[in-house]
Design a protein around this ligand. Structure first.
Ligand code: PGA
Length: 235
C-alpha cells in the first residue's frame, strides 16, 4: 500500500522524513536502515544530524546499507556515494562506521561483490526502513527503466537521462561514471518499510506515473505499489 503525503515545502518534507527515520530508530534501536543519496534526502540527513546533536536520536546500534555506488571512481572521489554519506550523515552522528555498507564499485569481481552485498543484508536480518529518492525517469536506486524487474544487487549502465541529470555534480557530463552497482528492485521490495522522497515540479509527473499508473518495469518505482508499507513524501 502506498500512502502519499503532500508536504508544503522542502523543509517540511525533510522534517517529516527525519521524524519517520528517528521514530524507527526509537522503536528499534538496532534497526537496519537502507539509505539513499542524491539531492532530495540531504535535508532529511541535516535534520537527523540536528536531532542527534539535541540528543533525541542515537545511531549507536544502527546498521546501514546504501542503495548504490558508481563504478569507475575511487571511494574517496568527491562525488562517490561513500564520500556523500560521510559528508552528509556518517561523520556527524555516532554510527559505527564498521556497520555502514556501500557497494564497492571498484571491486575486481563484480558478481561476487553483488552477491556478497545481498548476503550481508540478509545476514543483518533484512532492511527495516528503506529510504529512496526517485529519478525523473522513475528509477529507484539505479534501477533504470527496462523490460524486467531486476531482483538482486547488480551492475547497470546508467541511462543517458541519468548521466545528464547527475552531471550537475561533476565538472562535465564526460566525467559522470557510466555504470553503477545498485540494489535490485527485489532487494528494495524486501525492506519492511519504504520511505520515498520526491520534491519539485520536475518530479510531479514521475510520481503520478509511478503511483497512479500501471506497474511496469519501464517505470521501475511503480513496483512499490505492490509493497505493503510505502510512504511517499511529496512536495
Ligand atoms: P535527486 O535524485 O534526489 O538528486 O533528484 C534522485 C534519484 O536519482 O534517485
Amino acid at each position: 500500500m502506498v500512502k502519499v503525503i503532500e508536504c508544503e515545502s522542502y523543509e517540511k518534507l525533510s522534517e517529516r522524513a527525519a521524524d519517520i527515520i528517528s521514530e524507527q530508530i526509537l522503536v528499534k534501536p538496532n534497526s537496519v536502515l537502507g539509505l539513499a543519496t542524491g539531492s532530495t534526502p540531504v535535508g532529511a540527513y541535516q535534520k537527523l544530524v540536528e536531532k542527534y546533536k539535541e540528543g533525541s536520536v542515537d545511531f549507536n546500534g544502527i546498521t546501514a546499507f546504501n542503495l548504490d555506488e558508481y563504478c569507475g571512481i575511487d571511494k574517496e572521489h568527491s562525488q562517490s556515494y561513500y564520500t556523500f554519506m560521510r559528508e552528509n550523515l556518517f561523520s556527524h552522528v555516532n554510527i559505527d562506521l564498521n556497520n555502514t555498507h556501500i557497494p564497492d564499485g571498484r571491486a575486481s569481481d563484480i558478481d561476487k561483490q553483488c552477491s556478497e552485498y545481498d548476503a550481508m543484508i540478509d545476514a543483518a536480518g533484512g532492511i527495516d526502513l528503506q529510504l529512496l529518492g526517485i529519478g525523473g525517469n522513475g528509477h529507484i536506486g539505479f534501477n533504470e527503466p527496462c523490460d524486467c524487474f531486476p531482483v538482486g544487487t547488480h551492475i547497470i549502465s546508467l541511462h543517458p537521462s541519468t548521466i545528464e541529470a547527475n552531471s550537475r555534480f561533476f565538472d562535465s557530463v564526460d566525467d559522470v561514471p557510466t555504470q553503477a552497482l545498485t540494489m535490485g528492485l527485489g532487494s528494495i521490495m524486501k525492506a519492511k518499510k519504504i520511505l520515498l522522497l520526491a520534491f519539485g515540479e520536475s518530479k510531479r509527473e514521475t510520481v503520478k506515473k509511478a503511483f497512479s499508473g500501471p506497474v511496469v518495469p519501464s517505470v521501475p518505482a511503480s513496483v512499490l505499489q505492490l509493497h505493503p508499507d510505502v510512504t511517499v513524501l511529496w512536495g
